[in-house]
Design a protein around this ligand. Sequence first.
Ligand code: IPD
Ligand code: CA
Ligand code: CA
Length: 268
Amino acid sequence: MNELIQMKEVAVLAAKKAGKYAFERIDAIIEVNYKSGANNLVTDVDRKCEQMILNVIKSEFPSHSILAEETGEHSPGGEVTWVVDPLDGTTNYAHGFPVFCVSIGIMVGDVVKIGVVYDASRNELFTAIKGQGAFLNDQTIRVSNTELVKNALLATGFPYDQEGKILNIDYFKIVLNQAQAVRRAGSAAIDLCYVACGRFDGFWEFGLSPWDTAAGHLIVGEAGGKVSAVGQGEYDIFKKEITATNGRIHDELLSYFRDFNKSKKWSN
Ligand code: IPD
Ligand code: CA
Ligand code: CA
């Protein structure tokens, strides 16, 4: 079997195992702790899910590197790196709000080649292998055809840090005045997958980590969408910010951010 397909299958196995476990435990969380501040939570279920995923990866691919949200780097520096968010949407999860998922991206060198996101609440599995399209439960998915922001349903998220939060409140206000509506569901990986399958027309966010976007940005690209930074630049998973759209509204959306930044310079 082709090695990428084999890795994707292991990622799916790990994501489903952890996702189903999290789903079963949603009303039985034992511990909620704070990481960098009062908004950044971690539960015993996040940790358990990460352990389950790491065990699967290590038993199938013992030489691969792993970058995982809760335990950091394992055997760094290898050619293949698994980028793992064991539970994306922890704040939702801690409140029993069923928008959370497992997200696993696999990099070969610097390039994410595989993306797997599993939403156990809806039993939705999003997958992509670079160059081979994107899928939701084995059906091909495509981004929406929406041409204009005024007809678009968009999504964003607010980072945990105060500075990032305030910046995005400004962006949120601007876009809210232009778009049909803007949602904030609380799982960046699900937001990206919803752009990929056309439920959202676009998404932007600041203050993200590689495990939030590694899988989802590939899935958007493979579904025909466009991904960049929020500013002008290219996106990469270590950049912390992302704009992902159906491609058609991308430039228009970025132009609102640009205009806002220009007007801010004038008023300073
Ligand atoms: C968070 C979610 C949320 C986003 C935060 C992320 P976590 O991940 O993706 O939507 O707004 O920036 O950190 O902490 O639940 O894994
Ligand atoms: Ca996350
Ligand atoms: Ca997480």
